[in-house]
Each structure stands twice: as structure tokens, then as C-alpha cells.
Design a protein around this ligand. Structure first.
Ligand code: ADP
Ligand code: GLC
Length: 489
């Protein structure tokens, strides 16, 4: 196998900066690909959190003017991750969230901020650093979408390009007047270029102009080619369907391992499932839930947004209460949902516990202590919390969409009889079906041997990066072979 040198371009990477699953994926993929002779470096913006977290940064390039100010490229490491950090204070030296300012709105110059990232990605692909010339660039989501555009509209040769869309809902659209500001030529502003409904579409550009498109589950890859889930891009995706595939994410098994997890009071394995009781007790204490032994504790770890369907959970609270199910919810996001969940917790102390915020330690405790984990998303490209739940013996209750339908085997009669069920799925995604799924999950919970089997099946499922990494490595090699048939990869 010939080694491959590649560059990942992303706006977040765990453990440096994370707002969602994207960071988990970009953080884990380089390590998983190393086993396939792929060296994947990562280009990431130098937000304050990133600059603070990196070890031994060495300047490797200076830009006199990168979209409005001077910038440097730093070569750095974080653990096993090999990073190129774009230190551009005029774009990234700001507190808080990478995308949103303190007023709750997108940073007004997000077009420049992420065009700069893409532009430097493209330049690296064209040999900016003689010591590191990637043969392939793997760009993620709208923030890196212009990478393929800068390459396409340049006269210099460039690397192969793969673009992964993690969520079609975030499209990065900006006024067309910015075209010269971003350094894009007028001829890029066409339907088969960066133009999207009269604006500049960063996500659209990535989907249109990259050699290959992937998304994060096979089901989502199909769903987005239909009008319902295509969010305006289904036509383009249908047109490019030969170059579009879905690769289900994995999770980082070192971060999510109930046997070695230092963030939970009682680590455990399949053989020591009874130790979960201690975690359940700690979880209940944290959320002020009553310690009635037989109650099912339902966990939720989520962004609070329309996508995640948690407004439907609010509608099913009466069912939850009548079933005697306890809720432990950790989430942050839409102000209205935050307020609504705070209110139900206040109205039902001891049975409903809500923590508003982002808290990784608590996320681990929920995975280790809850009996079931709910993910009622209206759409879900992949979803990672249900994969962590499998590994922690927390039975997932999920909407049958996208990666949720690809990763959980519903406990229907046939699956139970075959001994392969790992969770509960429901469809269509409505409050009624969600309520029915909760009742079904509760009935399964009351049948302890069956529940234990669901837990053990889940814990045995391979949710690692092994298979996904194999798929990505195959895709990279096939693409490089197609571009250069005389050099077998
Ligand atoms: P998305 O990226 O759409 O938000 P995913 O399920 O792919 O959803 O990934 C979410 C990731 O963020 C998971 O690793 C999950 O544990 C984590 N997460 C989500 N919300 C919180 C929170 N409030 N506190 C801690 N971790 C969270
Ligand atoms: C996005 C999607 C989520 C996916 C994650 C990582 O945030 O919403 O479903 O798991 O990206 O690919």
C-alpha cells in the first residue's frame, strides 16, 4: 500500500474546540486513518482556545494580508493530532463560540473568516509548504466549502478533493457582493460554481466542486437526494449521486470507554453491568431525582434545536409522568426550549431533572448512569450520542431517520428472537409515536432479562472508527487512482 499524505480542513477539532459532533469526527479520523497508511494533518482556525491548547507551535508561513490582516500558519501538535493552525487575529481572536458573537448573532464577517480557512487549505494543496504537499484535501461542512472553489478557479494544479457534509441545514450563504473580497473570480459565480440562489453558497460550492462528496451515514446520503430532506440542494445531490456516498461515523473508543472512564464514579464492563447502579445513583443525585429503585431513567444529551425534536419530548411529558419514567436532560441551544425545559423541571422535581449548559463530564455520567438515551431527531445525519450509548449499555430510543436508523437495531419481535436488537426506533417522527416508543421502551425495561440482552448487544456492537476509517481510506485511494491511473495506490 502506497502511503497517502492528506489535509483535513475543518472549523472544529476535538479536543481543541468543539460545538458538536463535527469536532468528534475530525478529531478521531486522523488517528484511525494512520492504520491505513494515511497521514492526515488538520488545518484549523487559531481561535483563542486552540492557541491555548496546542503544544509547541512553530511558525511555518507568514501572510502579509489574508483577507484584511496579517496572519501566520503554525505547525503544532495536540497529542497524536498533527495540526496547522491559522493564526489570524483579525479573524479569530475573539472570545466564545467559533461562529456566534456575544449578541447571539453570527459573527458579521463569517464569510471572510471561513473563506480564509478554505483559501489557506487550497494553497497548502498547491504546495505552500514544500515539506508538506497533500495529495488530497478532505474538507468538512460549509466552513471549509470554498476550498474546492479556490482550487477549481486557480490555474495551478491541485490535489484531489473530498467534501464531507455533516449537516445540510447549515449552508453558509453570503451576499454576492463579497465575491471580490473573498478573492473569487467573476466566472465562479455560476450555477455550476459558487452561485446559490443569487448568493455565494459555501456549502453549495463544496458539494458542487469537490471530486467526491460524503455524508455521515448511508441513509442520510439517500435522504438528502429527496426534496423533503434536501434543503434546496437535492437537485444538485441527485446530479452528483455517482460521487456521493454515506459513511457512518464511529466514536473515539479511548474517550468513550465505560471500563476506563475516569469521569464516572464506577467504571464497568459487560460482565460488571451491576456497577451501573452506582452511576445511576450518582446521576440521580446530580439531577435531584428520587431514588425509587425500579424507575427507568431516560437520558438526553443534545443541542436544543428543531433538528433534535426535543419540543416533541415536551409534548410527551404527561406520558413520561404516567409511566413513572424519570428524565435527566443535558442540553443547550434555543432559548425557548431552554426555558421550557427549566420550567418542566421546576414543576416536577424528583422526576424531571434538567441541566442547561455544555458539560462533558455530565455527558459521561448520563451515558453511564441512565437506563435509556433518547434521540428523537427530525433529521440526523449520523448522531453520535446513540453510538456512545450503545457502548455504555444505555439503550437508545431513537427516531428512525438518517444515521439513527443505520446504527440502532429496533427491538421488534424478529430482532428480539434473533438476539440482535439494540434499541427502540420510532417513525414517523411525531410526538404520538415518540410517546408510544417511550411506553414500549418502558415495557422492555420491565422485562429485565430482555433489557440486559439489549444492553449487552449494544455494548458488543462495533461503534469504533475501524470500519469507517477503512471506507475513507478506500475512497481516498479510489479517487487518487481515478485521477492518476498510472500510479497504483
Ligand atoms: P450534533 O453534532 O448534531 O450536535 P452529534 O450527536 O453528532 O450531534 O454530536 C453531539 C456531540 O456533542 C456528542 O459528542 C455529545 O456528547 C456532545 N454534546 C451535545 N450536547 C452536549 C452538552 N450539552 N454537553 C456536553 N456534550 C454535549
Ligand atoms: C452533525 C450532525 C450529526 C453528526 C455530526 C458528526 O453535527 O448533526 O448528526 O453526527 O455532524 O458527523
Amino acid at each position: 500500500m502506497k502511503p497517502i499524505t492528506a489535509l483535513s480542513v475543518a472549523s472544529e477539532v476535538y479536543p481543541l474546540i468543539k460545538t458538536g459532533g463535527l469536532a468528534d469526527v475530525t478529531g478521531a479520523l486522523p488517528g484511525a486513518l494512520a492504520a491505513h497508511q494515511v497521514t492526515l494533518l488538520t488545518l484549523i482556525p487559531g481561535y483563542p482556545a486552540v492557541l491555548k491548547a496546542i503544544d509547541k507551535a512553530e511558525p511555518v508561513h507568514h501572510f502579509a494580508d489574508l483577507l484584511g490582516g496579517p496572519a501566520r500558519l503554525l505547525a503544532a501538535r495536540k497529542g497524536e493530532l498533527q495540526l496547522l493552525v491559522l493564526d489570524a487575529p483579525h479573524l479569530y481572536d475573539r472570545p466564545g463560540n467559533p461562529y456566534i458573537g456575544p449578541d447571539g448573532n453570527d459573527w458579521p464577517d463569517n464569510a471572510q473568516r471561513f473563506a480564509a480557512l478554505a483559501r489557506v487549505g487550497a494553497e497548502l494543496g498547491q504546495g505552500l509548504l514544500p515539506g508538506f504537499v497533500p495529495e488530497l484535501i478532505h474538507a468538512h461542512d460549509w466552513q471549509a466549502g470554498l476550498t474546492a472553489a479556490y482550487l477549481r478557479y486557480s490555474d495551478r494544479p491541485g490535489p484531489a478533493t473530498v467534501f464531507t457534509v455533516h449537516n445540510l441545514a447549515f449552508q453558509g450563504q453570503f451576499p454576492h457582493e463579497l465575491l471580490p473580497v473573498l478573492g473569487l473570480p467573476p466566472n465562479s459565480f455560476t450555477m455550476d460554481g459558487v452561485e446559490y440562489y443569487g448568493a455565494i453558497g459555501f456549502l453549495k460550492a463544496g458539494l458542487q466542486l469537490s471530486d467526491r462528496i460524503t455524508t455521515v451515514s448511508p441513509s442520510y446520503a439517500l435522504e438528502i437526494q429527496a426534496q423533503d430532506a434536501g434543503m434546496g440542494l437535492d437537485g444538485l445531490l441527485r446530479q452528483r449521486s455517482h460521487h456521493l456516498s454515506g459513511i457512518l461515523n464511529g466514536i473515539d473508543e479511548a474517550v468513550w470507554d465505560p471500563a476506563t472512564d475516569t469521569r464516572i464514579p464506577a467504571p464497568y464492563s459487560t460482565r460488571k453491568l451491576h456497577a451501573r447502579a452506582l452511576n445511576k445513583a450518582a446521576l440521580r443525585e446530580h439531577f435531584g431525582l428520587r431514588s425509587e429503585t425500579d424507575r427507568l431513567v431516560l437520558g438526553v444529551i443534545s443541542r436544543l434545536s428543531w433538528q433534535k425534536g426535543l419540543d416533541m419530548l415536551l409534548e410527551t411529558i404527561p406520558v413520561l409522568l404516567s409511566e413513572g419514567i424519570q428524565l435527566a436532560l443535558l442540553g443547550t441551544g434555543d432559548a425557548e426550549l431552554e426555558t421550557a425545559f427549566r420550567q418542566v423541571a421546576q414543576s416536577h422535581p424528583g422526576q424531571i431533572g434538567v441541566a442547561i449548559g455544555y458539560d462533558e463530564n455530565l455527558a459521561h455520567l448520563i451515558q453511564a448512569g441512565a437506563d435509556a438515551l433518547l434521540v428523537p431527531s427530525r433529521f440526523e445525519p449520523c448522531g453520535l450520542t446513540q453510538l456512545c450509548a450503545l457502548r455504555y449499555g444505555t439503550v437508545p430510543v431513537v427516531a428512525r431517520v438518517g444515521g439513527l436508523s443505520d446504527s440502532i437495531i429496533d427491538a421488534n419481535e424478529m430482532a428480539l428472537a434473533a438476539g440482535v436488537a439494540t434499541g427502540v426506533q420510532f417513525a414517523p417522527v411525531t410526538a404520538d409515536r415518540l410517546a408510544a416508543a417511550l411506553v414500549r421502551a418502558h415495557a422492555l425495561y420491565c422485562d429485565r432479562p430482555v433489557w440486559k440482552t439489549l444492553q449487552r448487544n449494544g455494548m458488543r456492537a462495533d461503534v469504533s472508527w475501524r470500519r469507517p476509517a477503512e471506507h475513507y481510506a478506500q475512497l481516498y485511494r479510489a479517487l487518487l487512482n481515478a485521477r492518476n491511473p498510472h500510479v497504483a495506490m
